[in-house]
Ligand binder design. Structure first.
Ligand SMILES: C[S@@+](CC[C@H](N)C(=O)[O-])C[C@H]1O[C@@H](n2cnc3c(N)ncnc32)[C@H](O)[C@@H]1O
Length: 268
């Protein structure tokens, strides 16, 4: 599918897009402890080698999607895709991936934007209904004021039978306050003041402006109540698959999941 046919409404392109060369069928990684240890090692690189960190995380995320849909030749939409690491991982697996990102500075944060990146808001994707085989967003939901609006839009652009991948850092996660963590657990204002005192500059995130309190229980209840999607997987994103039980335990899930991964199938 070309970008022109994908974009049904309000196109705002930054460049052209090409299909990347496919690598052989997705190597779908493990779901066990070895994967979690690998991810943990990657996290240690976030500050010093961000490209290694984001590429590794993106590769893992594309593998998670590939467990539910064959990626070669499929249309994937990366919502809030930032610098494009996730888009690159999907393209490396042979998917036609399109990146939509509202903030140009995020797009350019690792150099030139991903090829064909489109500056657009995730609430109003300039894409026709049901045009994607998979719609993906990583760590975007906690940055929008209306998470349900973003989820609605992701479902709208996904074809029946297609897959929606959604992951976010919930507020009571040890990392819920992002660079202000874990002090956000004592209150957002306190955490922001403490950050300014300690580092002599404003934090990148402000609660209520570009970081929001998103919890696990309400999102799960909302998803379970929807008739247009089936939940294929709901679990802590970075933990082994057997830790899935955590998301069934109220309160505990808010405190220790760290990041919720939801994989959904759009119903007919
Ligand atoms: C923490 S970054 C995540 C970037 C990338 N997805 C990743 O996981 O590395 C959050 C991203 O969400 C984007 N974002 C914020 N509001 C958005 C919106 N309304 N629609 C789409 N993306 C949005 C930000 O611009 C930013 O690029």
């Amino acid at each position: 599918m070309s970008l022109r046919s994908l974009l049904g409404r309000r196109p705002a392109g930054l460049g052209s897009t090409t299909r990347n060369s496919a690598r052989p069928a997705a190597t779908v990684g493990s779901q066990g402890l070895a994967r979690s240890i690998r991810l943990f090692r990657l996290f240690l690189l976030e500050q010093t080698e961000p490209a290694a960190f984001y590429s590794g995380l993106a590769s893992d995320s594309a593998d998670q999607v590939a467990r539910h849909i064959d990626l070669p030749g499929r249309t994937v939409i990366d919502v809030g895709g930032g610098a494009g690491y996730f888009t690159a991982a999907f393209r490396a697996r042979g998917a036609n991936c399109y990146l939509f990102e509202p903030d140009e500075s995020e797009m350019r944060s690792a150099g030139e934007p991903a090829e064909g990146a489109v500056q657009a808001d995730g609430y109003w994707l300039p894409v026709a209904d049901a045009s994607a085989d998979a719609c993906f967003s990583s760590n975007v939901l906690e940055h929008v004021a209306d998470p349900v609006g973003l989820i609605d839009e992701m479902i709208r652009v996904t074809r029946p039978g297609g897959v929606i991948y959604l992951s976010y850092t919930n507020w009571y996660s040890p990392w819920g306050g992002h660079e202000m963590s874990p002090w956000h657990l004592l209150g957002a204002d306190y955490a922001a003041r403490r950050f300014v005192r300690r580092y002599g500059r404003e934090p990148k995130h402000r609660v209520g402006a570009n970081l929001y309190r998103v919890h696990i229980g309400p999102i799960l209840r909302m998803m379970r109540g929807r008739r247009d999607v089936q939940i294929l997987d709901a679990r802590p994103r970075y933990y082994p698959k057997w830790c899935k039980f955590i998301v069934r335990i109220p309160l505990l899930r808010e405190l220790i999941s760290w990041n919720l991964l939801l994989i959904l199938r759009r119903k007919t």
